[in-house]
Write a protein that binds this ligand. Sequence first.
Ligand code: PHB
Length: 386
Amino acid sequence: MIRSTFRLAVGAAAIALLPGLAHAQDKLRVGLMLPYSGTYAQLGEAIENGFRLFVEENGGKLGGREIEYFKLDDESAPPKAADNMNKLVKRDNVDVVIGSVHSGVAMGMAKIAKQTGTLMINPNAGADAVTGPMCAKNIFRSSFSNWQPGYATGEALAKTSLKNVVTITWKYAAGAESVGGFKEAFEKGGGQVVKDLTVPFPNVEFQALLTEIASLKPDAVYTFFAGGGAVKFVRDYKAAGLGSIPLYGAGFLTEGTTKAQGEAAEGVITAMHYADNLDNAKDKAFRLAYAKAFKMQPDVYAVQGYDAAQILATGLAATNGDAKQIDAFREAVLKAKFDSPRGSFTMSDSHNPVQDFYLRKVTNGENAVTAIASKALADPGRGCSM
Ligand code: PHB
């Protein structure tokens, strides 16, 4: 009895001295706060698939710990974001939250992450503020800022003879910031935005605005739509007889959507940090493994999910699996060069990927690269100090 009590005490002391080992013994609690319903449902699923693929390729562990998932459908509803995030952090006691897709939701999450110090890796939402004024040591992004693809598309379009452009998007942060990035580069390059049109998110009643575009007769149209809304927009655009006005967009317009868009997507030009025909070994292996596991082709969202897991693995490798050692986690992530299916990328000081943007044209249903729109494009991180 005395001997076993003694053994127990020595064992406990040893574990206390080796916090890394203590962590290695329990599962890493991973919250997945993503849209599993609504217009962005498919995006959430692709992100989760990509995340799980990386974990499986690494023996089911990150930072030496097995994973326990806590899934929550955020419905792309910003008013519910803080409560949902609190459920994961306080009720489920997660070590890290992966989320989300919608910019408004991500801003609600970032506020709680900052208050509680919980590690957050954002696998999509581009809200500029998350790596701008709301930036924090414990918040990282594996995707893009809304400014980035907008800016890259604006640079590319400014090099053409198309000078008068109408923009059309959903009226919320992502649309406004995407158009903002586009305008900044396009107008710097000598182009002019003649009109900005918006519909409330997630409405897909485009008819009146398409009629307005027809009467404005611009040289080209720039747009931000994604998911189910992008499918409907591209089809409606063609059906409204606007096929002769070149359609440009942030690449989400044709990510995971070309099959459903069919003929109407052919020729649409976008800029994105991914494409369907990248010639790199990592992407080839990724696409094969993804198709095998999920019986479908990956898209940019799947890549961002995969890289969210990769960022997490890199940080946890430096902390023996402890998600609370934020300084060491951050140092490792900032030093890393990530071998991503998109091509390699690094992390900016405000925790946003510094990455190449490809100009793509939909050809036979694929986002085929036609040029590099912008090399190693870094979000300016305006307003970030940590
Ligand atoms: C966003 O809300 O930031 C957002 C949503 C869907 C996308 C891209 C950005 O495809």
